[in-house]
Ligand binder design. Structure first.
Ligand code: MMA
Ligand code: CA
Length: 311
């Protein structure tokens, strides 16, 4: 403020002096003019330089403020930038870690897959082996069962076999004062009715005449005990000495007697095609045992002959 008053005063004085110059002489005017010039130059210089400094100060201050603001701004920006950079670096590190763990996981997955494939192939092998073992076990059970049945049948016929030794040929069975041959073994081929009869006749026997209930039940029990269930039932029949070869439907035994009561299976005899020969089959119900079959079919057979009387 003080500066401003001073500046005002100086300028007033200068103008006063200039107003009164019109009344002066040329020398005076010259003198004054020189003096004025000096004064003006001084008066102009003094306020000019103090204004500039003031403005400079203001400008400087403004600049300083701007600079400070810019500095603060830059600081903030830098801070943000560095924190952003830090986040970016952190993310990069995290990404690298994730990539590393992804690679490890992929490797582990590949290894696990290999292991799984190996395990699966081993499991398949085990399953096949198990299947094979279970088949073998079933076969073993079947054979054991067959042996068990044969043993039971043999045991039950021990007395007959013992007697058979006294009254019959080796391998023949003694029952009801007669000797019987059962073509039981698988080693003996199945034969037609006539071939079977020829076999019996070579021993002085003939195909069995099953004309009593007791005989039928005994024969039925024996052939059922020896029944091999793995064989088709229609191949498991035994030719007996009964035919309807003369008159269809008139069944006669080999000794010429007519059949009184037959032990036919349901629906038999049906003479399917041309069936003139009778066979006994292993059945759980012995009263449904017989069937008429074509005489040229290959079946087992039962021979019968009178026993030797020994004293
Ligand atoms: C059938 C049945 C019998 C007949 C046989 C001949 C398979 O069983 O019709 O009555 O005697 O065939 O093999
Ligand atoms: Ca039949």
């Amino acid at each position: 403020m003080e500066d401003r008053e001073d500046l005002g005063g100086i300028s007033d004085c200068a103008y006063n002096k200039l107003d009164s110059q019109e009344e002066l002489t040329t020398e005076e005017q010259e003198f004054f003019s020189n003096q004025q010039k000096q004064k003006v130059s001084v008066s102009l210089m003094i306020p000019k330089s103090s204004l500039s400094r003031y403005h400079q100060l203001i400008i400087l201050a403004v600049f300083a403020v701007i600079l400070l603001a810019v500095d603060i701004g830059l600081g903030v920006y830098y801070n943000k930038l560095t924190s952003g950079q830090r986040i970016f670096t952190d993310m990069n590190n995290e990404l690298a870690k994730l990539q590393a763990s992804y690679t490890t996981a992929t490797q582990r997955k590949t290894e696990a897959n290999k292991l799984l494939a190996k395990e699966m192939s081993e499991q398949q092998l085990t399953m096949w082996e198990l299947e094979h073992q279970s088949r073998a076990t079933k076969d073993f059970e079947r054979r054991t069962n067959k042996i068990r049945l044969e043993t039971a049948a043999l045991k039950s016929h021990m007395p007959m076999i013992k007697e058979g030794c006294r009254h019959c040929l080796p391998g023949w069975t003694y029952m009801f004062s007669m000797c019987y041959y059962f073509a039981l073994s698988d080693d003996v081929l199945r034969r037609s009715w006539q071939e079977a009869r020829n076999f019996c006749m070579r021993y002085g026997a003939d195909l069995a005449v099953v004309d009593t209930r007791e005989k039928h039940l005994a024969i039925s029990e024996l052939i059922t005990n020896y029944y091999d269930t793995s064989r088709n039932i229609y191949q498991s029949g035994f030719w007996i000495g009964l035919r309807d070869v003369e008159y269809e439907g008139t069944w006669k035994w080999l000794d010429g007697t007519s059949l009184a009561a037959g032990y036919w299976n349901d629906g038999e005899p049906n003479n399917q095609g041309n069936e003139d020969c009778a066979a006994a089959y292993p059945r759980s119900n012995p009263f449904k045992s017989w069937n008429d079959a074509p005489c040229n079919h290959g079946l087992k057979w039962i021979c019968e002959m009178t026993a030797k009387t020994q004293s």
